[in-house]
Design a protein around this ligand. Structure first.
Ligand SMILES: [Zn+2]
Length: 174
């Protein structure tokens, strides 16, 4: 009995220690303020490789602070407009500098969100060609999500969940 109580006591202490450590890390790990360098590098490669296929893209969004995310979340909910995101501040990979959004840029400078058009006339949708290049580079595409589909969205999670990021886990810088 005494041994069991002893073991229990240690287990409780260890759990308390674990929770405190987690909270500590959560509170003391600053939020990123810009796009992760590896993501930025791959964004540039994506733009170049798409251009080489005759497709010009623009990055319409990359790093987004938690406050900006909250403002976006309000759109179509407490503010006017249509819903553009399903996540609040701190819940998007954009908030950790790990996501970008793209759109197509036409020759006349117009920016379009068109999944069908084939301006380089190779029989393939330009949008999906960009998505394929992005996937080769290691991006995950929001169009593949079940439920809410986010077609312009590309992210690199480095194996980290939003919850782990919220608790202060960060991908390596290199
Ligand atoms: Zn996005």
């Amino acid at each position: 009995m005494k041994i069991i109580k002893g073991i229990l006591f240690i287990a409780v202490l260890a759990s308390i220690y674990y929770v405190i450590t987690l909270e500590w890390k959560k509170r003391n790990t600053p939020l990123p303020t810009e796009l992760h360098p590896i993501v930025a590098e791959n964004r540039d490669i994506l733009i170049q490789r798409a251009a080489a296929k005759g497709i010009n893209i623009v990055i319409t969004d990359d790093f987004r602070s938690a406050a900006e995310q909250d403002r976006l979340y309000a759109r179509g909910r407490t503010e006017e407009g249509t819903i553009v995101t399903h996540v609040e501040g701190g819940e998007s990979y954009h908030n950790y500098g790990l996501a970008i959004d793209f759109a197509l840029k036409l020759d006349d400078g117009t920016v379009v969100w068109d999944l069908e058009r084939d301006d380089n006339r190779n029989g393939k949708s330009d949008w999906m060609e960009v998505v394929s290049i992005a996937k080769e580079l290691g991006f995950e595409w929001g169009g593949d999500w079940r439920g809410f589909k986010d077609y312009p969205h590309l992210e690199m999670d480095f194996g980290l969940s939003i919850r782990e990021l919220q608790y202060g886990e960060r991908p390596p810088e290199q």
